[in-house]
Structures are given as C-alpha cells and as structure tokens.
Design a protein around this ligand. Structure first.
Ligand code: ATP
Ligand code: MG
Length: 584
C-alpha cells in the first residue's frame, strides 16, 4: 500500500533520537512469546512493531521464547509460533532464543543477588505471601525469613534447586521494599518450585524463574536496546530497572510500553482461545474463524494484509477498540489486486436456454477481437483473463444449454429498485457471455421458482444488444460442466456483550451449572451462526485451485481454497471477506 504516511510513532521517535545522540550505534529488539498457545492478531501488532522497527533502522530482532512455565507450554506451540512469524514475513536474528537456555545464568544471577543481600528464600505459604504483601490500604507484613543470614539463604536456595522442598514450600524473593507504593516492588517472587518436565530442559530443573525476573535479565543478556511491550507492564518497569541494575549490566535495556490491540468481536487472549479449542467450539487453533495467525492464514488473509492493517492502526499509548472492518479493509485491498476472479453460484437456480444450439453456432461470425471462444461438442468455451488487471493468464469458462444462476437474481415480485431478473425485467447480461431473456418460470407446489426457461440473443456475445439497453450483469455456472463445491460462509465467531440477551445468558447459565467463568464466557459469547456450510457450483477453473489459492467469486465474496480439506475432486472454499467495504 502506498498511501501511508511515514511512520513516526513515539517508539520510532525514541529510536531515532537514541541513534542520533549516539546512545546506541544499532538497535536490537525482541519478540518474546510464551509458547503456551498459538499467536493471535494482537501478537501480529507486536511482531510488526518489533521486527518492523528493526528492519527500518537496520537493526535486528530476536525471536525469544519466554518459556518459564513448563506446565502451560509445549513443543507444538513453539513450532507454530516459529511458522507464524516466518509466514508473516519476518526473519529473526540468528537462531531462535529460549529463556530456558539461560537457566544456568539466571540461577547464577539469583545467587549473586542473595550474596548482595538483595534476595532471600521465603518459607511462607503462597497464601501467606499474598496476604502479607498488603495493598489498597492494607499494610504489608515482612516475612519471618526476610532478614536471615546470606549463608542461610544460599543454602536454602541450594536446597530448592536440589529438590529438597515440595512445590509451594519455598520461593526466592527479591528484597526491595515491603512498603513500596508500587505493589510489584514489595519483594516480588523471582523463583518458584515446580517439579515439572520442561519442553527444552527436560528434568534438569525443579526451580523455575518468574517471568518478571527472567524477562529483563534475558533482555539485558542478549543486548536488547529497546524492550517493547504492552501497557500492562508499565507498573513492572521499576522492577525491570532495579533488577538490571542490581545484576549489573553495562548497557541496560530500556522498556517502552504501547497500547495492546483490541478489536471488536475478536478475542486476544491465548487463555480464552485455548478454551475455544479445548471445548470443541472450533475445529482447532487453525479453524478459519479463529483470530490466530494460523486461523487467519487458513481463512485466506494474506500476510501483506495483516501487515498493512498494523501499519494503518499505528502505535500509541492510547487504549481503544479497533473496528473489525478496518482489518477487513486491509485484507480486501490486498485481495483486490491479487485474487483471480471466478464464477460460483451459491444458491443454484436452473436455467434452460431453449435456443442454445442455434444461437451459439453463430459465434464464429462475431467480431473475433472482442471474444475469444471455441465450440467443442456442444459446449462454448469462453476465454477470459483470470484477473482484470494483473497479468495472471487466462481461463476457459464452459457455456452450456443448462446453466445455474443465483436464486436471488430472479424475483417474481421484485422489491423496489431491484435491478435483476423478473417477469417485468426479463433481460440481463450473463457475465462474460450473452444477454439472456427469461421466457417462462416454473414453480413448485410451494410457489418457489425452481427453473427458468430462457433464450439468448445470438448477437450479444461481446456486443451490446441492438435497439435496447440491458441493465445489470449476473454471474452463472454451467450445470453440466460446473463442479459441486463445499463453501463455508462466516460471521463473527463471537458476539459482543450488547448482542447477548439476558435470557440467553440466563439459559446458558442454567444449562451449565458446573461451568467455570471462562467456560461460561465462551458458551454465552459464541455466535451460533458463525459458520454456514453450503453446497455451491463453481466454474471448472476454480475447482482446479490448489489449497490456499485465493479468488474473488464475482458478485459474492473473496474465497480461499481450504489448505487442509480442498481437493480438485472435492473443492472446499472458505469465505475470506465480503466485496463491499462497510468501513468509512
Ligand atoms: P495472551 O494474554 O494472549 O497470552 P500474552 O501477552 O500473555 O498474550 P505473550 O506470549 O506473553 O502473550 O506475548 C508476546 C508479546 O506479544 C508480548 O510482548 C505482548 O505484550 C504482545 N502482545 C500480546 N497480546 C497483544 C495485543 N493484544 N496487542 C499487542 N501486543 C500484544
Ligand atoms: Mg503472557
């Protein structure tokens, strides 16, 4: 996209200043996901920012797994995150980093803190620790172990490491200030005991560093210059700075916070997304309705569209909710220039063209420069470009005696302003083909139209009709040569609070008395109409698609051939986004 102004958000200003003043010769950022789920659209913003500024300022960006909680993490998540970042189009500096690869160093730094009198082993229960931190007018209470000797602490920490305590029996805490106005500075826990197998380090460790301890030190150790994170970490910055200073790094990294991405109808919490997967509400992390990168990829969102979206929303410290249609705008504008066109009929209505055989024999006599076609065994093969502007080659569309049009394109009693077929307006242009005239319609017992009998004007292939104007163009597919396809239409996966009635909420609650809060949230917010699967008919060139090929089904929507289930024998398409832009 070319119409975007130069990026000049506050992060980029800081970096520009730091380079200009000589504070840094080059910059190093990092993207630090915890491998406890698949990445989502919120992470895309963080990835585009961290990798984006690194690219723009000739620096580099590390991909680091902040893998300090083995219970929630696994290798599948690690692999998916690597694949997702690469798919978005970014390269991380050198090899992938893991906080767990620094466990030895992190341990040594903890020992250093103990030796400096800056950390102690606390033997209170987790409940006591929480209670004694105080807060909101409640005074804090110092731990009985806060002032024991350094030697005693060293030996207890050694015991923690050697598995002499059970989980919850001991933690290591930074010794800062139990009366600090910032609760994060009231002797935060920096190591805990977990007798758990880790996906990278196996059974080597039974103590694991806390995120707030491991993260700043990993940044400092890697030489990160700008540690960019979301606003909820603002209150953690004093501890970040305290820690880096106490451990003693020459060039401390600096943390900068920006506002997280929120989009209406869209979940940006790995925890709740995992619930959707675990509860079977979706088919998996890559269900095309999921706002995960894997889901959006399968949905047919191009990586370029996601990057464009992030550029447009920009970076600031202001919280807010981005309109979902803004995301769709970016996706659509990329597809407009890249997706090939094709015709697919989603709600087929049979049309028999009475004069087909007599009419099409004439096509040879028509102006050859306006139409490219060949007649073969009663089928008129019409050649059309795959894309109206881009040089993507051509496709052949079979035109036959029986075709399908969409049910919605014929109405016995047309509403006001209806521009398509009706008994009052029987003529219309068939896209890429002739002008069609409805002669007769056949209804079933219920009065529903089941077939049209029509004719074509032989002189209108590539030409305007003589002596009259025909308004409107509709799409169609050959009944004999079209291919049946499964087409999935989507709505938002989740409803907003104000779209859920009190009755619905109450009935879900009654029906699921044992559900916890997250489960209730999921059950009440899931849109029952988020997916509609229909049997459509597509032109042969669409059926020939490879998985992940994207198309504009003319007059319908953009669609992608499903990367998992589509085959040329059994085509499966996912709706990507509608053709019209509701966003202003
Ligand atoms: P979640 O709550 O979904 O698990 P998280 O922040 O815990 O998200 P991490 O794996 O720790 O997930 O995130 C990696 C990086 O992505 C962090 O720097 C985090 O700030 C950033 N990030 C996560 N969610 C968003 C969001 N909605 N908008 C912008 N950045 C985000
Ligand atoms: Mg997190």
């Amino acid at each position: 996209m070319t119409d975007l102004p130069e990026k000049n958000d506050f992060i980029r200003q800081i970096i520009r200043d730091d380079l200009a003043s000589g504070k840094h010769d080059s910059i190093l950022t990092r993207f630090p996901p915890e491998p406890n789920g698949y990445l989502h659209i919120g992470h895309v913003k963080s990835i585009c920012l961290n990798f984006g500024v690194a690219q723009e300022f000739n620096g580099a960006c590390n991909l680091r797994f902040d893998d300090t909680n083995p219970i929630a993490e696994n290798q599948d998540y690690v692999d998916s995150i690597k694949a997702d970042v690469a798919w978005l189009g970014f390269d991380w500096a050198a090899e992938v980093r893991y906080t767990s690869h620094y466990f030895d160093k992190l341990y040594q730094w903890a020992v250093k803190l103990i030796k400096q009198g800056d950390a102690y082993v606390d033997l209170q229960t987790p409940d006591e620790i929480r209670e004694h931190r105080g807060g909101f007018g409640k005074p804090s209470v110092e731990s009985p172990q806060r002032n024991v000797s350094i030697d005693e602490n060293l030996s207890r920490f050694d015991d923690m490491k050697n598995g002499k305590y059970k989980e919850g029996e001991a933690v290591l805490r930074a010794k800062i200030d139990m009366n600090h106005t910032n609760i994060n500075m009231r002797d935060p826990v920096i190591y805990r005991i977990m007798h758990a197998n880790h996906h990278q380090t196996g059974d080597t460790w039974c103590i694991y560093p806390m995120y707030d301890y491991a993260h700043p030190l990993s940044d400092a150790h890697e030489g990160i210059t700008h540690s960019i994170c979301t606003l909820e970490f603002e209150d953690h910055r004093p501890f970040y700075d305290w820690l880096v200073e106490k451990v003693g790094f020459d060039v401390p990294p600096r943390q900068y916070e920006f506002s997280r991405l929120n989009i209406d109808h869209t979940l940006t919490s790995k925890r709740k997304l995992k619930r959707l997967v675990d509860m079977g509400v979706v088919s998996g992390w890559d269900d095309p309705r999921m706002p995960t990168i894997a889901g959006m990829r399968r949905r047919g969102y191009p990586a370029e569209g996601l990057r464009d979206f992030c550029e447009r929303i920009g970076v600031s410290k202001a919280d807010g909710v981005v309109d979902f249609r803004q995301l769709e705008f970016s996706i659509r504008s990329v597809l407009e220039n890249t997706a090939n066109r094709g015709m697919a009929v989603l709600n087929p209505l049979k049309v028999t063209i009475k004069n087909f055989d007599e009419a099409v024999v004439d096509f040879e006599k028509l102006k050859k420069d306006t139409v490219k076609a060949r007649l073969d065994d009663g089928v008129l093969w019409l050649t059309q470009p795959k894309h109206p502007q881009a040089d993507h080659g051509e496709r052949e569309i079979p035109f036959t005696r029986t075709i399908y049009i969409d049910k919605s394109d014929f109405k016995i009693t047309p509403p006001n302003g209806y521009k398509r077929l009706s008994p009052q307006n029987p003529e219309i242009r068939l896209r890429n083909s002739y002008v069609l005239k409805v002669e007769e319609y056949i209804t079933d017992d219920a009065g529903e139209v089941v077939e049209l009998i029509a004719s074509i004007d032989p002189k209108t292939l590539g030409n305007n009709p003589e002596g009259r104007k025909v308004k409107g163009v509709i799409h169609w597919v050959s009944a004999s040569h079209g291919v049946p396809a499964t087409v999935r239409l989507y709505e938002h996966l989740l409803l907003e609070d104000d779209e859920i009635s009190d009755e619905h909420f109450a009935s879900i609650k009654t029906a699921n008395p044992d559900a916890d809060d997250d489960a209730l949230w999921v059950l009440t917010h899931v849109n029952p109409n988020s997916i509609k699967v229909i049997n459509a008919i597509v032109e042969p060139s669409l059926a020939q698609a490879q998985g992940d090929d994207k198309f504009q089904f003319e007059r319908e929507s953009y669609f992608v051939a499903d990367s998992v289930e589509h085959s040329t024998d059994k085509p499966v398409f996912n709706q990507i986004v509608g053709l019209k832009d509701g966003f202003k």
